[in-house]
Design a protein around this ligand. Structure first.
Ligand code: CA
Length: 228
């Protein structure tokens, strides 16, 4: 899942981005409102974490502009004070949820998971099952036929994205947009390399062709029994 973190203080942004990346999120950082609005307009984020205290336009104004542009991206606001006016203003501006600084990182993760689950799609459960595969988005445990499959953070992020889009043919560009961040070179073959690795690990437990290659289109996580 790819998130945009909007925070002008470099130290705070660095710590938060690092923590989120350790939790398998792909993270882009915007240092002000204009950058945030531009990024949301050009990238299909799964969620935005938006600090209210920003130079020039504040987080409320940024949130309103994002909503006025027609984007329904889930937005989690970070407010500096636990004042009811601030919460009301945030929700009125179009935020989906808010968190008061200083916050517990575990709580931020839980709220982010909830927002991404709600997303712009039907509500998805914490534990998802596709054929012989089950993934727990909270503990990030993956099982195939009840056998645990150890995955790296990136392999897990890739699999979770494919599971959320199970049955769809997902293009390499989509995968790269949701699983990798701006540091990723879109022309590299890193997506294919990771799909191969993931496939090898899953196939080891005897779930052959769970991830199908659709030539010229991308990849598809097969729902139900693979066709003969
Ligand atoms: Ca700030």
């Amino acid at each position: 899942m790819r998130v945009l973190l909007v925070e002008d203080e470099p130290a705070a942004a660095h710590v938060l981005a690092k923590g989120l990346r350790e939790q398998t999120y792909a993270v882009d950082v915007a240092g002000d409102g204009d950058a945030a609005i531009f990024q949301v307009g050009t990238t299909d984020y799964d969620a935005v974490i938006l600090d209210v205290m920003l130079p020039a336009r504040d987080g409320f104004a940024v949130c309103r502009t994002i909503r006025e542009s027609g984007s329904a991206v889930p937005i989690l606001m970070l407010t500096a004070r636990d004042a009811v006016e601030a919460r009301i203003e945030g929700l009125d501006a179009g935020a989906d949820d808010y968190l008061v600084k200083p916050f517990d990182f575990g709580e931020l993760l839980a709220r982010l998971r909830a927002l991404v689950r709600r997303g712009r799609q039907p509500l998805l459960p914490e534990r998802m099952m596709v054929g012989p595969l089950s993934i727990d988005t909270r503990s990030r445990h993956v099982r195939v036929r009840d056998v645990e499959v150890p995955l790296t953070a990136k392999e897990y992020a890739l699999l979770e994205y494919l599971v959320r889009r199970a049955g769809d043919v997902v293009s390499r560009a989509d995968i790269s947009e949701h699983v990798w961040d701006d540091h990723h070179d879109p022309l590299s073959n890193v997506v294919d390399v990771y799909v191969q690795r993931l496939r090898r690990k899953l196939d080891r437990i005897g779930s052959d062709s769970l991830i199908r290659t659709r030539r010229g289109e991308g990849y598809q996580l097969v729902v139900g029994a693979p066709a003969p």
